[in-house]
Design a protein around this ligand. Structure first.
Ligand code: SF4
Ligand code: SF4
Ligand code: SF4
Ligand code: FES
Length: 743
C-alpha cells in the first residue's frame, strides 16, 4: 500500500498541523503530512509501503470538527483540515495505549537486543507511561527458535503485524501468521514450529521491539557499543547499501540503518547475514609460497619479490604475451582500472579477462549503435516501471533486490510483468500477467520471435501486449547474449515511449569489471583496444604504449595455460579452477601461478604464490551495480596480514620497474571520472550514499564466442567461494534445497 491513496500531483491540499500551514498532494495520508511538517508522530503498526493495519492507535490526533481522536495512519488529508498532535487529550491517549501495551511486556530492556533502538522504549520515555495500574500476573512464554537466524520472544511482541505484512507483501513468502486470540495471540511460522522461508530477516529489521531477533546478533552487544559504516553488499550484482555494525574490529551485524542507497531497508539473506565470511577463521592472513612440495607462509616482501622476479623471467624469455591476468567480479572499480592498466602497460599484454556473467559489452554496443546511451535502466526505474519484460534469469535467487523491486512495481504501481523463461520461476508464476515458458537455450529464438514476429501464439500475444505499453523496462539474464542482445535492443527501442534495459550479472562488481576494461579487447568504457584513437586517449595519460592486438579471452588464457603457451598467470579474486571445472593438470604447464584471494580456494591451492587479500569490508572504493549505478564502499575494519588488490598491484608495478602514480583509491577514482567516458559522476553524491548512473558509450567488438558469458546460477544462499565460508548462509535448512525452490 502506498503512503497515499489515489495521490494526484496535479491537486494539492492545504491543512494546518499544530498551527503550521502544510500543503500536500491530494490523497496523502495524514500521518505522512504530519511527518512532512517536521512533527513526530508515534506509529507502531503503520509502515510506509505496507498495507494499513490501524491496530495500535499510537498515531491518534485531534481533528477539528471530528468528535473523537482519529488515527493519522488511516485518515486521508482533506482541504482545510485543522489538526492537533500535541494537546493533552492526544498525549493522554498515547500514554494510555503505552500502558496497555506494557501490561504483559517484560521489563527486560537491559538485556533485550532492541534496548537503545526500541520504538516502544522510546515512546515510553517520551510519554511517561512507566507506571502501570495492572497488577495481574504476566503471561510467560519461552522464546522460540523459528530458524537458526530468526528467534521469537512472544512476551515482547506488541502485535503490530508489521512482520506478517512485510513477509507477505514485501517478500511474497507469507511465512508468518497469527495464532490464538486476544492476550494469547502470537506470531507463528509456517512449518510447524519452524520457518521455511527466504531467511531475509526483513521481519527482524522491521519489528519495532525486540520480539524478533537475529541468530547472528542476539545477546552479543548493545547498539551504543557499535560503530556504523555504510558500504555496499559484496554478494550479488544489485548493489544494496548496507550499514555494517562493528565492535572491536569485528563486524557484528548488517542492516541499512540510514535507508539511503537503492534498497532503503531491504537486504536479502546474503546481505543481512552472509557478510560473516569476513570474520572467518579460514581467511588467509600471511602470503604463501610453494617450497618443499607444499605452500609455506612467508613475508609480503618475499612473496611480492618472488612474483615480480618470476614474471620478469617469463617476459624476458617468452615475451609479454606469455603472461595473462584474470580479474575479479567483486573487487572495486579502482582496482579493476589499475589491474587493466597494469596488464596492458606494465606487463605489456592484453591477455586479460574475468568470468563474464552478463553480456554488458553487447548491451553497450547495441545502445551506442542506436544513439540511445540514455536507456540504461536504474533500479529505481524498475520500481517505477509500468511494464517490465524479464527474459531469463531467476531474480528471486540471483537478484533478490531486483525481484523485490519488481514485486513492489506490480503491487504498488500496478505494473505489468511479462516473463519469458525456461523454468517456472516464482516471479513468472506469482507476479507475471503473462508467463511464456520456452525450451532451455531457446531464449534467443524468443527474442527473434518478439523482434521479427512468428514463434508461438503465446509469444505473439506477449509481443502485442508489449506494443501497447509505454516506457517498458527490459531485463535479461545471461541466456540472452551476443547478437540476441543487439536484436532485443533494436526491437525494444521500437516500443512506445522510453524503453530502458538492464543486463543481469552475478556479483557485486561484475558490471564494473567490464566497464573498467578487464577484457581482452576493450579499454575502460568499452573502447576497442585495436582503435588507435582509443589507445591514444589512455596512452596520453599513462605515458605508456598499449598493445594494439586484442588479447586472449579467459577460455583461451586457460587453454594456453594447459598447452604451455601461457607461462605465467596472475589471478585476482577469481577461482577459475572451480568456475571452469578444470582438473589439476589443466594449469600444470604454467611456469608460475600467483593468486590473490581471501581463502585457499581450489585455484589458490595450485598457486606458487598466494597473496592474502582484503575483503570488501576492509577497503574503500566504488562498485557499479548491474544497472550501471556507482556507489561508494567504505573501509570498515582492518584485517592484519592482508592487503588490497590495489596495494598489491602498486607494489608489483614498483618491483617491475614501472611504478604507477596512485597512492589511494581516491586518486584512481578521480582519473576514472576524468578519463572514462560515461563515468563522469559527481563525487558529492557518492559521499552522501547516492547511486550514480553511468552511461558507457564505447563501441566494443561483437561477442567472440557465446560460452564466454555464463552465470554461476547462485541460489539465495550461495555466492561463489565466499558463501562456503559463511556460517549464516550454510546453517539454515533452506540452503540445502535446490535453486528453483519457492518458499
Ligand atoms: S526472514 Fe524474511 S522470508 Fe523469513 S519470515 Fe522473516 S520476512 Fe519472511
Ligand atoms: S513480532 Fe514484532 S513485528 Fe511482529 S507483530 Fe510482534 S512486535 Fe510486531
Ligand atoms: S540483493 Fe544482492 S546486493 Fe542486495 S543484499 Fe542481497 S545479495 Fe546483497
Ligand atoms: S500507527 Fe496508526 S494505528 Fe498504528
Amino acid at each position: 500500500m502506498p503512503d497515499s491513496i489515489g495521490k494526484s500531483a496535479a491537486t494539492t491540499l492545504a491543512l494546518t498541523i499544530d498551527g503550521k500551514p502544510v500543503t500536500v498532494p491530494a490523497g496523502t495520508l495524514l500521518i505522512e503530512a504530519v511527518k512532512q511538517a517536521g512533527i513526530e508522530v508515534p506509529s507502531f503498526c503503520y509502515y510506509p509501503g505496507l498495507a494499513l493495519q490501524g491496530a495500535c492507535r499510537m498515531c491518534v490526533v485531534a481533528i477539528e470538527k471530528m468528535p473523537k481522536l482519529q488515527t493519522a495512519c488511516t485518515t486521508v488529508v482533506s482541504n482545510g483540515m485543522v489538526v492537533r498532535t500535541d494537546n493533552e487529550e492526544v498525549k493522554n491517549s498515547r500514554k494510555a495505549m503505552l500502558e496497555f501495551l506494557l501490561t504483559n511486556h517484560p521489563l527486560d530492556c537491559p538485556v533485550c537486543d532492541k534496548g537503545g533502538e526500541c520504538e516502544l522504549q522510546d515512546m515510553v520515555f517520551r510519554y511517561g507511561a512507566a507506571e502501570t495500574r495492572f497488577m495481574e500476573r504476566k503471561l510467560h512464554h519461552e522464546e522460540k527458535k523459528f530458524s537458526s537466524l530468526v528467534y521469537y520472544d512472544r512476551p515482547r511482541c506488541i502485535l503490530c503485524y508489521r512482520c506478517i505484512r512485510v513477509c507477505d507483501e514485501g517478500m511474497d513468502v507469507n511465512a508468518l501468521g497469527i495464532a490464538f486470540r486476544g492476550a494469547h495471540s502470537e506470531i507463528i511460522p509456517n512449518r510447524g514450529d519452524e520457518l521455511a522461508c527466504e531467511e531475509c530477516g526483513m521481519c527482524i529489521d522491521i519489528c519495532p521491539v525486540g520480539a524478533l531477533t537475529s541468530g547472528t546478533y542476539r545477546y552479543k552487544t548493545r547498539p551504543w557499543e557499535l560503530t556504523y559504516s555504510g558500504t555496499i553488499c559484496n554478494h550479488c550484482g544489485d548493489g544494496c547499501k548496507t550499514t555494517l555494525s562493528v565492535r572491536n574490529n569485528v563486524v557484528i551485524r548488517a542492516n541499512n540503518r540510514d535507508h539511503s542507497g537503492i534498497n532503503s531497508e531491504f537486504l536479502c539473506v546474503k546481505g543481512r547475514f552472509g557478510w560473516d565470511f569476513v570474520n572467518s577463521e579460514k581467511r588467509l592472513t600471511a602470503p604463501l609460497v610453494r617450497s618443499n612440495g607444499g605452500q609455506q607462509a612467508t613475508s609480503w616482501e618475499e612473496a611480492l619479490s618472488l612474483t615480480a622476479e618470476r614474471v620478469k623471467q617469463v617476459i624476458a624469455t617468452h615475451g609479454s604475451d606469455a603472461v595473462a591476468v584474470i580479474g575479479s567480479n567483486r573487487t572495486t572499480n579502482e582496482e579493476n582500472y589499475v589491474l587493466e592498466r597494469f596488464a596492458r602497460t606494465v606487463l605489456g599484454t592484453n591477455n586479460l579477462d574475468h568470468h563474464r556473467t552478463a553480456d554488458y559489452s553487447s548491451l553497450v554496443r547495441a545502445l551506442t549503435a542506436a544513439g540511445a546511451t540514455d536507456r540504461y535502466a536504474s533500479m529505481q526505474d524498475v520500481f517505477e516501471a509500468s511494464s517490465i519484460l524479464l527474459l531469463g534469469n531467476d531474480p528471486t535467487h540471483q537478484h533478490p533486490l531486483l525481484a523485490y523491486q519488481i514485486r513492489q512495481a506490480v503491487r504498488q504501481h500496478g505494473a505489468s510483468l511479462y516473463v519469458i523463461n525456461s523454468s517456472e520461476i516464482k516471479l513468472g508464476l506469482r507476479q507475471a500477467s503473462c508467463f511464456v515458458k520456452v525450451q532451455p537455450g531457446r531464449e534467443a529464438e524468443a527474442v527473434h520471435a518478439l523482434s521479427a514476429g512468428g514463434g508461438s501464439g503465446e509469444l505473439s500475444a506477449l509481443r502485442e501486449r508489449l506494443q501497447q505499453q509505454s516506457d517498458a523496462v527490459i531485463v535479461f539474464g545471461d541466456e540472452v547474449r551476443g547478437a540476441a542482445v543487439e536484436e532485443l535492443v533494436r526491437w525494444g527501442l521500437t516500443l512506445p515511449g522510453r524503453t530502458r534495459f538492464v543486463a543481469l550479472g552475478d556479483y557485486a562488481n561484475s558490471r564494473g569489471a567490464a566497464d573498467m576494461g578487464v577484457l581482452p579487447h576493450t579499454l575502460p568504457g568499452y573502447f576497442p583496444v585495436s582503435d588507435a584513437a582509443a589507445r591514444e586517449r589512455y596512452e596520453s595519460v599513462w605515458g605508456a604504449k598499449i598493445p594494439s592486438r586484442p588479447g586472449r579471452n579467459i577460455r583461451s588464457i586457460l587453454a594456453g595455460a594447459g598447452s604451455g603457451e601461457i607461462k605465467a598467470l596472475l589471478v585476482f579474486g577469481s577461482n577459475p579452477v572451480k568456475t571452469f571445472k578444470l582438473d589439476k593438470a589443466a594449469l600444470g604447464r604454467l611456469n608460475f601461478l600467483m593468486v590473490a584471494e581471501l581463502f585457499l580456494t581450489p585455484t589458490a591451492k595450485l598457486a606458487d604464490v598466494v597473496l592474502p587479500a582484503t575483503s570488501f569490508a576492509e577497503k574503500a572504493g566504488t562498485v557499479t551495480n548491474t544497472c550501471g549505478q556507482v556507489q561508494a564502499t567504505k573501509k570498515t575494519m582492518r584485517k592484519a596480514g592482508t592487503r588490497s588488490d590495489l596495494e598489491i598491484l602498486l607494489a608489483l608495478a614498483r618491483l617491475l620497474g614501472q611504478p604507477l602514480p596512485y597512492s589511494s583509491p581516491d586518486d584512481v577514482l578521480r582519473e576514472i571520472i576524468a578519463r572514462v567516458p560515461g563515468y563522469a559522476i559527481a563525487l558529492p553524491g557518492l559521499l552522501v550514499g547516492r547511486a550514480l548512473a553511468t552511461r558507457p558509450e564505447g563501441m566494443p567488438p561483437e561477442l567472440e564466442r557465446p560460452d564466454l558469458v555464463f552465470s554461476s546460477r547462485d541460489s539465495l544462499f550461495t555466492s561463489g567461494s565466499v558463501s562456503q565460508n559463511s556460517w549464516a548462509l550454510n546453517c539454515v535448512e533452506e540452503s540445502k534445497e535446490s535453486v528453483g525452490t519457492i518458499f
